[in-house]
Design a protein around this ligand. Sequence first.
Ligand code: GDP
Ligand code: MG
Length: 177
Amino acid sequence: AFEQQVTEDYLFKIVLIGDSAVGKSNLLARFARNEFYPNSKSTIGVEFQTQKVMIKGKEVKAQIWDTAGQERFRAVTSAYYRGAVGALLVYDVTRRKTFDSVARWLDELHTHSDMNVVTILVGNKSDLKGSREVATSEGKSLAEDRGLFFIETSALDSSNVGAAFQTVVREIYEILS
Ligand code: GDP
Ligand code: MG
């Protein structure tokens, strides 16, 4: 019982980063509420959402932060990153420009938070098969070069959304336990 109480007290701050309109808010909406917004505006973003995640039969809480559109003005504040132990760095597989921004987001992440922040590179919108501009192998190889986890997701059809968040939470849990 003691051990369980201790683990229930774990609260991991995880930040969503990446260019505007890559699907950050919808990944969080899908993960936390199983919802999707086909025409979402940046205003749908909540500040953060706390979600219970089961890791090896134990419950840990992930406090997942969304930019709420700040990234459009390149104005993601240092408060946003402060205390983060995990990050989902999202790009849109149908817009190469958002993949080209990944290095800049990594720099920003490492400027404002611990170098050891557990990071997963997320190629979102995998459902849009006809308009893909970034191959899976490119995402995978960038992630390998930068020491990141990698996954492709679709907030629209739900594929790998849970796995993306769980990968980060599980790794943080393993580092801290
Ligand atoms: P954010 O600016 O990164 O938070 O992106 P949003 O979550 O607001 O999504 C931007 C647009 O992309 C919205 O119109 C979403 O409906 C759409 N979108 C988000 N995720 C997906 C996805 O996995 N597949 C498809 N087809 N569209 C998506
Ligand atoms: Mg958003």
